[in-house]
Design a protein around this ligand. Sequence first.
Ligand SMILES: [Zn+2]
Length: 165
Amino acid sequence: MPDTFAHCLVGVVAGRCINGNWKLYLLAVVLSTLPDLDGLIPLHRSLLHSLLFLIPFSLAVFLVLKRRKYPIKTASLLACLPLLHCLMDLFTGGIPVKLFYPISNTGYQFAYIIDTFVEALFSISPYVYYLEATRVDLILLIIIFVMVVLSSATKSHKKHNSPNA
Ligand SMILES: [Zn+2]
């Protein structure tokens, strides 16, 4: 189960990928941690982790940012952060995520999918690791790697299509 710092780290990396100012960094950190506000009430990993909330919310974030003339890349990445939060929770263990709350109370947890790979990593390592911490590290690494690669690809694409290039 990722802690607040892990979710904040995703926001910080997102802020870096969009070359944001301090306001965009702050917005990215807030958006990447926002779903855990439902931990303040006894509906953790349900109310604000539900796709029935996250999809309209992310769409609203995208539209507001587009209306304020932010580039599509910036609006898209920031709008995806609450969904990435949910994805991290789904693949790192802990309380199952109620993806369709309040229509369904079924909780989902897909950490077992990466456990085979994580356990293979353990078998070749001389160190002792905790399964859940390693899951979080692995998912963080994948998300950050994808964000950095997409960010670099967008910059490279812009450079090639720039009239000054
Ligand atoms: Zn969460």
